[in-house]
Every structure is written in structure tokens, then in C-alpha cells.
Unconditional design. Sequence first.
Lengths: 380, 522
Amino acid sequence: MKDKRMTLFNFVRGAAAILISLAVGTVFIFLTFALAEKHYTFGECLENTGEALRYMLIGPLFKKTGDFNTMGLFQILAAMIPITFTGLATCVMFSANQFNLAGEGSVMAGGFVAALCGIYLKMNTGLHAVVCIVVAAAVCALIMLIPALLKVKLGASEMVTSLMMNYVIMYVVLHFLNVHFADRSKGSTQTFPFAATSKIGEIIPNGSKLTWGFVIAMVFVVLTALFMYRTRWGYAIRMIGANQSFAKYSGMKVGGTIVLSQVVGGMLAGMGGGIEVMGRFNTFLWKELPGYGWTGVTIAILAKNNPIFVPLAAFFIAYLNKGCSLMSTYCNVPSEMIDIIQAAIFLFFAAEQFLSGYRQKLVVKNTRADLMKTAEGRKA
Amino acid sequence: MEKTNTEYVVQMKGITKVYPNGIAANQSVDFNVREGEIHALMGENGAGKSTLMKMLFGLEQPTEGEIYVRGEKVHLTSPTVAIAHGIGMVHQHFMLVPSLTVAENIVLGIPPRKGIFIDYKKAVEITEEYAKKYNLHVDANAKVMDIPVGMKQKVEILKALVRGAKILILDEPTAVLTTQETAELFKELIHLKNQGYTIIFISHKLKEIKEITDRMTILRGGKSMGVYDTKDTTEQEISRLMVGRDVVLSVEKDQAQPTDVVLRVKDLEYTNEWNRKMLNKVSFAVRKGEILGIAGVEGNGQAELVEMLFNLNQPDGGTAEVNGKNILGVDQDRIRAMGVSLIPEDRMTYGIAGDGTIEENLISDRCDKKKFNIGPLFNMRAIHQESDRLIDEFDVLCKSNQQQVKMLSGGNIQKVVVAREFSSDPILIIADQPTRGIDVGATEFIRKKLVELSRAGAAVLLVSADLNEVIELSDSLMVFYGGQISAYFEDTSSINDEIMGEYMLGLKHQSEEEIRRVCHEG
């Protein structure tokens, strides 16, 4: 009973954080109209804001006519694929209290490595795609050894090294892309097209880019959850995150487990990058960090590091992204609005003290009830 | 109303405090102190004494209730506000900067200045002036890390006085003092009282309370059991009010039948980061079937010894072997595999992961065992069975094995630690302050278990700052002083506090031959 109420509280708290964030976003949307060069009247501003909100909140799934937008749903699910993987990766690393932010670089490296495998290896359909993804995952797992070993062996902060490493990865990828693998016949810098055998196909071929990668992502949600909550390695990762001294005293291999968490994280992020590139594109054409790694951090925080909640959080973010892009297309609101809203959600979710006064009241109430019960029990 | 307000210098009315973890530490407590008295706040560990005083010092906010100082309603939102109202507190664990001098510590935060520099000379002058005025003799120029515990306490008291405190809260001031130092402290407190200061004295030691206080308020289970004049109350009455029954904390135990040496420590040495020699050629042995106690004022090397034995720190020299196998510098999983268990002194740091569930905390040392794994996956059924069995056997009060450990009371948290450490069939148990800060029931339970295990053949090394506990439980006893063993008693039945005090304070030191008996060689 008591714990149920606390769970409910946590949900209410999350919902409140999201609502407040949306309210903050609304204020900013209103301001873009109020401060626009074309002078709107107050009424017009309100009307435009309403229209923009409609696009952002309802637009992704419902057409203007009110019909359900099946294509829109497919596109949102497709957008969930890479961020589900980076979200899972971040969950695993954050659970061990490792603030490794190299998920971002891993996505790019994974995408690039998968692309190269897709271009230069000759294999059968099906197997080829699997090999591409596996190689991408393996390479990124190895890359993550760098911040992990620096942390364990030399005590270098993984947050700093992993953050810097993102840019190292990006420029290394760009160097190889420009110098060795570029298709000179194309106007922009990109690789040669992937072999058809390596492509990850759409579940329903309708151009939504909702590929089998989505199914793989959901399978990995379950696998990661099992790994974290039903194996001794995941358990060790969580205990180290909860109290490293306790883990050491209990006899766990602290250093090894810290490395493991980051290697698993790199693997997941690399896979996400590989699947995204092999599913959505025909050539490798990223010329900057794709941003999925950062989104993964937001998702891990929304999901409270629990893999099971990652698809929910990923859906939410993908939905908002879609809404914001519709809003910027049709209503002239800058697409950066998504960043403002995300930042606000971030703040309220991460702020431990948000609504803590209300929580305390709940606790007091619960304790009172418990004391009454014991008192009655004693009388009887 | 007005009248009662002026009679008391401090008045706390209907104070209730519920912590964020749901523990109601105080329930409608009234607490009144007269000006110029020494007022005891009594109660067992966990009765809510410290919580009540934290609220008076502004460290915690009451959930309900009002506080009046000199008849004026106050909101003590922080220690700064409390100090402004003339309330000072000396904590059980000293809040001093070890690398600074006594004078620097005393003026910390309120330093006399000369331009932009701190006027150190003035700081020394202030220190000496106050020390003289209040008969609290300290060495103003000594570094805090070099002075004995008794003097540290005086520094803490001076700190409060220099900040203008008229009401002093002393949180278990004698817990870390020897008998002699305690006597000195009492003289100083009476001196302060005679100068018009009000002293609130937190303790659970009956004799001290009888000796020094005028009145007392007794807390039990977070509730006030009333206010009494000390001179009209007997120790038995106080004891009854405190615990609600006449607790017999003496544990029944048979004569020990020690056999082979399990743990042998030889010439263990350790110098800490401030260049203090914490362990100086310590040698001893613990035998199968006996409880070897280590008594001593805290900070004389006991904590360091335990850290070395569980590889939580590296010694500078010496050896330690369990059944002939080295344990120094060996990973904890291998130490545990050899059959060594540790109840750590600081249970919140080492003993548990507070955010984890009870179950997760119970299996932390055995999660790799075959029994709990099926291939790569956990055998959840076996794990649930194990945790339920331990919860049941060790009588952990909880809703289920999935409850967060930090939601439990101190005593139940310690039971979780003990359940894990005692259930791994240990051949050597190192118990460091196993009953510190927990309720009587849990204390009794843990002590009984310790005796049980030793009689069943485990070797037990017991470190405790609680003199009664260490004398009651141990079969034989060492005293630590200044990083050395200063005494060894083969039989604990003849020891009394007085003698112990002299060894603990370093006034007496046994001969090397006498001490060497603890090595049980030949």
C-alpha cells in the first residue's frame, strides 16, 4: 500500500515535470510570435501559439482532418530505433555510476564501420547485415575500453575522457571518409553505396524507414533488462553504482565491472549507429555527430536507468521531435524549441528536491498511519 | 503561558520529527530547560535524543511543534541562527580540521583580521583568554591531529563559547573519554554551570547522569517519558523508564575452549597520511572458539587494524595470516573465500547499499555461487528463498525482501549486515562496533549470535568502544593505546572500568612478556 502510493507519486512527479516543461515551451513559442518581425496582434499571437501547440502535441499522429496518421506513427517508431539503443547504453553505464558520454561518438563510429562492411564485404543477404552490425558493435566495445581503462587504471574521469573522445572519433571518421572512402562522383562527401545484401529492410515497405531494426531494438530492451536485473554481472553493475565501497567490501571485482559496463554501453551504442545507417541510408553521409548519444542521456534519465522504461522514453522523445519539426515547418517556430523543452524536462527530472515537500507530507502521513496501526495492534 | 515561558531558557513544545525515510524519530516531545542547570537528555540509542538536539541546533527542522528560547518563539533554520540565539553544540564526532592548530580551529569562520590577513596572534590570544576564563586548558599552537581526544573536546567546547553560546548541547561527550578524562570534563562543566551557563547533556550512562546533572528528561522510542529531578530518582527507576523493562544485557556464555590459532598478526605497522604511526608492531593471535576483544579509546589504531585485515588499506609492514595463508593485500572475494567475515564499523559506507533492496544486500557476497545461478541467469527462486530464510532467521523487521534497505531502522539495517556476514560459515569473524547506535533488542540479538558462533567454533575478533560490551562478550581482551597493545587480559571476569581506564589512557602499560601471551606461541 505504502510503496504503491510512492510509485504513484513518482509518476505524478514525472508527469508534472513534463507538463511544466511543455508550459515553459509554450511561453517560448508565444514569445517567438510576439517578437516576430511581422507584428501580430495579441489575439493573433495566441491563435498562432495554439496552432503551433496543436502541431507539436497532436500533429505527429493526427492529420488536420482529424484522421489517424498511420505513416506518422511508423515514422515515430522508426525514429525510436537509434535512440532506444543509445538510451539502453546510457542506462547500463549510468547504473554503474559511470558518466560516460561517448555514446554519441560510438553511434558515429558504429555507423561508419557498418557502412564500410556493407560496401566492401561480399556476403549473402541476411548474414551480411548481421555481420555489419556485429562488427560495428565490437569496434565500439573496443573504443569504450579507452575511457574505461583510463578510469580504472589511472583514475581519469570517464566523463571528461569520453566527452573529448567523441570529437576524436568524429574527426577520425571524417578523415577516413574524406581521404580514403569518398565517392568522388558525388557532389557531397559520402561513401559508395552499400551492397544490397547488407541493407536492413523495412517491416512493411512503405518508405517510413521502420525497419527490422525496430524489432532488434525491442529484443535488446528485453535482453538489457535481463542482463541488468537477472544476471550477476548486471547486479554487480548496479551495486557498484549504488555504493562502490560496499561492492568492494562484498568481494565484487569493481574495476572489471566498471570496464564491463562501459564496454556493454559502447556495444549497444555502436549497434544503434550501425542499424540506423544500414536501415535509413544507402551511403554513409554523416559529417558531424548525429546527436543520438545526447538524446540517449535524456532517455536514460527519463527512464531512471531502467531498461524497461527506455522504449517509453524513446517514444516520448521521438514524438516530441516529430511534433517540433512539424511545428517549425508549418508555423515558423524555430526547430530548436525541442532543445528548450528537453532541457526543461531534464532540469525537473534531475532535480531531487522538485516536489520533495509534497513527498515529505506523504511520508509523514504514511508513518502516522503505521504508528496508529501498531498502537491499535498493541491494544488488541 | 507567559509565566512558563520565562521560567525556561529553552522550551520545545510538541515536537514531532518524521525523516524522509519515514522514521518518526520524535513524537510530540516536550522538552524544557531551566537557565543555569545541567539537564540530562537520556535514552537509549535510537530513542531520538540526537534528533531532538539537532532541531534545537538548527540542523534539522521539526515536522511539527514549536521552539522557544528565553520565551521568544524562534525558527532555527540553520546552526548560524541557533548560534545567534546563544545555542552551541558539541557533536559526538568532532567537527575539527585536523591539519589546523587549535587556535585556528577555534576562530574558524570568525577569524580576527589584520587587513586582509588573518591575525593569528590575536587568535591565539582569544583562545588563551577563553581557556583561562573557563578553566579549559588547551595548547593553542598544537595541531588538532596531535592532541588527545579529551583536549579535542575542550576545543569543541571553547569553539562554542567563543561564538557566544550560553546554552551548550553536549552529545554523548563521555563516549570517547576515559574515566579520568571524564572526571576532568565534569569539573569543567560544573565550573561553567557556576558561571551561569546552561548545559544539555546527552547520555545513556546512568552513573554519569547521577553524578553531574540537576534534572533529566527521558526519551523512549521517540516519546518523552517525563522530567525528573536527578537527586530524587534512583538508577533503577531511570533504567526502567529508559527501556521499559529491566534489561539484562549480560550475555550468558560457557567457558571458551579455544584450540588452534586461526588469525595470526605479526608486527603490523601503519603510518597514516598525516605521518602518525597508527599501528606500531602489533602482534596477536585469535584462536578457534574464542572471542578476543579489543578495547581502547577510538583512534588508537583499532579502525586501521580492521582495514588492513580486510584489505581496505595497505600496511607498511608486518604479516597477517588466516590458517597460515596471507590475507594482506588479497582481494576481498578471496579473503571471504578463506572464511573471513567482517561487520564493518561504518555500516552505511561498507555494510550496505542503501538504494538496493534487502535481498540485493543479502546476496552481495555470494551472487557468484553456483546455487544462485542457472547458466548466465540468476536463479531468482533460490535467491528469494535465501533472502527470506535470512530475514526470518535473523529476525529482520521488514515488509518484504524487496524493501529498500535505507528505509529500515538502524538496528534492522545492522541485522541485514549481520545476517549476510554470519551466514557464510565463517571461520573468522571480525566484528567492528557491531552494536553501535542500534536498539536494545537488536543489540542483544547480535551479541547472542556472536557468542553462539564462537562456541560453534568460529574465531571472533571483537572491536568495540563500548566498554561493557567488550568486557561482557570477550573471553580475553587486549587494550589498544597509541597504535600498540598496552595490555592483555587472558580472563575478562576480573577486569573493572578503573583498571581499563588506566591502560586505555596510557597511564599503565604491561610488560612485553605479559603482552606477548596473546600471540599464543609455544
